[in-house]
Write a protein that binds this ligand. Structure first.
Ligand code: MN
Ligand code: MN
Length: 475
């Protein structure tokens, strides 16, 4: 007996095994997990596009004393809170540190775009008694998941004179919703024989929007399309050509929900990656006077490769650093930016795949994150031999691990699936390209990229804690 007990002790001392994050919560902290989740669900329900998320983030920040950079005059002092808004689709929030920017910064970066169905430039048509909208899907979706699910339309139309019409239809009680249809089983013999990626083709993701013909004049062409166009003109003041300068996104309709008898999980569309956006925002709002300047980055276009002037590969973030260095009175702004980037440290805040009990075969169980075991740290992402990925150094990984351990933040290491199974990427590599030390740190979720992703509330809480203490360690 004595012998076994010594061995057991030694095993506990030497071996590593992540524990359920719930077990770390003390006293009223459990209640705080559920309180945070209420705010998170409200955020997911309100912010279903990158523009909606951006606007909500900035309005929350303004309530907590952040001001647009152009309205912050003169030199920056430690604790100054400012933000940079990039075209309403990506943003940077800054809490100025006690050290100059050239000494480095601490950044948490997430993305606020999610997979969805975008409308094509000429979306509206009439066929066989229905008016429909053509779509071009955005990001990596399993196309068969999108039919027969209530959809809402979000976005804006910009008229040729520059006036803007916002559309958000399908979310409120009493709103109509939209949908993509699917074949009935009775006639799906051939469809069911197809490969999953061919079951629903991209050109079949057409959204049903009308069935009512323009009244009385039977000799008018395309009376259903005409009736829809008339409604659009009467409601929003738009004509068919205006669709060409529009950003309209069809997303799953409805509010974020609790999942489970125990309400321990959140189910909603768009948690990749607004789970990181929300938790990092909440963390930053509590940062007061950090040593290193605290930066919270919200980017767009991650789901399509981070390109464009609002994606993580744009110059936007470097321009922000240049502005900060300039306001600090740096002798050489260019040098200060380069030094800041070389000394910067970042958490790439993005979701990872949690081990799914029903699909264990795609994951290496020993190296997969579990739902409810805390924030997931991934040294690298990529596919086929770490291709297309940066990798966090052992030194930086150790520092982050130590920080989280010291603050009792539950974390777990996790890879995205088996080595040969596939893979994916995040913005980590683009931040690392600029010179920063970067590690992926985010929540592991189930059913990623689907219309209903699932996350554990305790992981949401641990992510918020992790980002907060990364910026401003607690004494
Ligand atoms: Mn993501
Ligand atoms: Mn994604």
């Amino acid at each position: 007996m004595q012998q076994a007990s010594a061995g057991k002790k030694l095993f506990e001392e030497l071996a590593y095994k992540p524990k359920p994050a719930w077990d770390r919560l003390k006293g009223e902290e459990r209640q705080r997990v559920f309180t945070l989740a209420e705010g998170y669900k409200a955020f997911l329900t309100a912010a279903k596009t990158e523009r909606e998320a951006n606007a909500l983030i900035l309005s929350e920040a303004e309530k907590q004393g952040f001001r647009p950079a152009e309205k912050v005059p003169g030199r920056l002092t430690p604790g100054t809170r400012l933000y940079y808004n990039n075209r309403g689709r990506s943003a940077v929030l800054v809490v100025v540190g006690r050290e100059p920017i050239s000494a480095g910064f601490r950044l948490v970066g997430s993305h606020i775009d999610s997979p969805r169905l975008d409308l094509k430039p000429r979306p509206l048509y009439e066929e066989e008694g229905l008016a429909l909208l053509k779509t071009h899907y955005y990001g990596g979706i399993k196309k068969y998941q999108w039919p027969v699910h209530p959809l809402a339309l979000h976005g804006l139309v910009v008229l040729s004179d520059g006036r803007r019409r916002d559309i958000r239809l399908g979310e409120e009680a009493g709103d109509p919703v939209f949908c993509v249809t699917d074949l009935l089983p009775h006639l799906a013999y051939e469809q069911m024989e197809k490969k999953a990626k061919e079951v629903v083709s991209g050109e079949a993701l057409n959204i049903v929007v009308g069935n009512l013909p323009y009244p009385e004049e039977e000799d008018v062409k395309e009376r259903i399309k005409l009736a829809v166009l008339k409604l659009l003109r009467d409601t929003y003041g738009i004509r068919e050509e205006d669709f060409i300068s529009a950003e309209l996104e069809a997303v799953p309709a409805g509010a974020a929900r609790d999942v489970g008898f125990d309400r321990s999980m959140v189910g909603a569309y768009g948690q990749d990656d607004r789970i990181s956006a929300y938790t990092s925002l909440r963390g930053l709002l509590e940062v007061r006077q950090p040593a290193k300047t605290a930066i919270c980055l919200f980017t767009d276009k991650e789901e399509v490769g981070s390109m464009g002037n609002t994606g993580a590969r744009s110059r936007f973030f470097e321009n922000v650093l240049a502005d900060l260095a300039h306001r600090e009175g740096a002798e050489s702004v260019d040098l200060a930016v380069r030094q800041a980037l070389a000394r910067g440290e970042a958490l790439s805040a993005d979701v990872n795949a949690a081990l799914d009990p029903s699909y264990q075969e795609v994951s290496d169980k020993r190296n997969s994150a579990l739902l409810g075991y805390g924030i997931n740290l991934s040294k690298y992402t990529g596919a086929r031999g770490k291709s297309g990925s940066s990798e966090a150094s052992a030194e930086f990984t150790a520092a982050v691990r130590d920080l989280l351990n010291r603050h009792n933040v539950a974390w777990q290491p996790g890879e995205l699936g088996k080595v040969d199974e596939g893979g994916g990427g995040t913005i980590a590599q683009f931040l690392a390209d600029l010179g920063m030390d970067v590690i992926d740190a985010g929540v592991a979720i189930l059913s990623m990229h689907s219309p209903f992703e699932v996350a554990s509330k305790v992981d949401v809480y641990m992510a918020y804690r992790a980002y907060k203490v990364f910026w401003e360690p607690e004494k």
